[in-house]
Design a protein around this ligand. Structure first.
Ligand code: PLP
Length: 376
């Protein structure tokens, strides 16, 4: 079995799994309990908070644990209901946990300006500047796109937000372990992360909240997470997230090179055989190891199914439901034709992939393409 879908989820790091098992066994006390069992669980959580804070360059007190990236994004957006200023500036390529929330929030008086992207999937900061109104209460632009890997001009957007006194949120779920992350270098107010994208467990994430940012909780109950996320903490998952965040930054330069080399190898081998394949995204501002490739001869669902039958996992931006292929909103935003949209594959490499794996992948894809070329 070969796995090339790390942007969707990563396999758990063995050391992270071990820590989670130990935590589950030995630290089952409720972290809010006063006795020693509780105190030990509390300590586990605070160690994880420190690890995450160090991994992204912020204070421990600026970290809130959530139930994942989706929840972190929701926490930010639903707070608009408590604000006077209810206009949001976001982009056309955001994750559904941003765009679908905004659709639903229309009935509560939240309005939004959806900024377009260019053909390389980048927003133009000037468009953001021009979209600001006196009612703008939030700018939310993702750090890097999950389908094509393009990294956004976050620094420039942050400056615009700061100059205009507008809170700036970024969905950075895709970046940890791929690009060095120092939040305090950026003018960002809130940032979302998700552990299962950096070899941690699913169902746990983080919202970074810059000191002085005080949203209201989405989940009401006890006073956990500084009154911002009620519910008994998932101690083992939080411990796993902490360790995974620490490991994500270890040898990051080496990992980046490894991922880039795999992507280069793929492109070289495929382009030699099939020069008509189109690579999407930004040549420079891009996550390492994420490939978005359009295969003009075959639809992505056929490639995905045929590769899957051989134990190889890749994906596409277009979700395949009940036999019909939906086009990807990200690729549409990049002005890609529907015909190319449904022929676009996402291949996202990970730390355990090797040169030999990539070679096998290119061979298998070539075989499928050969069959389709012969049929035409
Ligand atoms: N944002 C982006 C960019 C993502 O890629 C994902 C996951 O696919 C999410 C948010 C949602 O994160 P989670 O799966 O932790 O809810």
């Amino acid at each position: 079995m070969l796995y090339f879908d790390h942007s969707a989820s990563t396999p758990i790091h063995p050391a992270v799994l071990k820590l989670m098992q130990d935590t589950e066994l030995n630290h089952f006390g409720n972290p809010s309990s006063a006795h020693q069992f509780g105190q030990k669980s509390r300590l586990v959580i605070e160690i994880a908070r420190k690890q995450m804070a160090e991994a992204i360059g912020c204070l421990s007190s600026e970290i809130i644990f959530t139930g994942g990236g989706t929840e972190a994004n929701n926490l930010v957006l639903w707070n608009l209901l408590h604000q006077q200023k209810k206009h949001v500036i976001t982009s056309a390529i955001e994750h559904p946990s941003v765009l679908n929330v905004l659709k639903q929030q229309k009935e509560f008086g939240v309005t939004s300006t959806i900024i377009p992207v260019d053909h390389a999937c980048r927003v133009n900061p000037e468009d953001i500047q021009n979209a600001i109104t006196e009612n703008t209460g939030l700018i939310s632009i993702m750090f890097a796109n999950n389908e094509v890997g393009t990294v956004q001009p976050i620094e420039r957007i942050g400056k615009i937000a700061e100059q205009n006194g507008i809170p700036f949120h970024s969905d950075a779920v895709q970046i940890l372990g791929k690009i060095p992350t120092n939040i305090s270098d950026q003018k960002i107010t809130m940032v979302s992360f998700s552990a299962h994208k950096f070899y941690g467990p699913k169902g746990v994430g983080v919202l970074y909240l810059k000191k002085g940012t005080n949203p209201k909780s989405l989940i009401i109950g006890g006073g956990q997470e500084r009154n911002l996320r009620a519910g008994t903490e998932n101690t083992s998952c939080i411990a796993g997230l902490g360790l995974a965040s620490e490991l994500a930054n270890k040898n990051i330069a080496k990992r980046k090179t490894h991922l880039e080399q795999l992507a280069d190898q793929f492109k070289l081998e495929m382009t030699d055989l099939y020069p008509e394949i189109i690579y999407n995204g930004h040549p420079e501002h891009s996550l390492p190891g994420v490939i978005s490739a359009t295969f003009p001869a075959v639809t992505s669902n056929i490639l995905i199914i045929k590769l899957d039958l051989q134990g190889i996992a890749v994906s596409s931006g277009s979700a395949c439901s009940s036999g019909s292929v939906n086009t990807s909103h990200v690729l549409r935003a990049m002005n890609m034709s529907n015909d190319h949209n449904i022929r676009t594959l996402r291949i996202s490499f990970g730390r355990d992939n090797s040169k030999e794996d990539v070679q096998l992948l290119t061979e298998k894809i070539s075989d499928i393409l050969k069959q389709h070329h012969n049929k035409r």
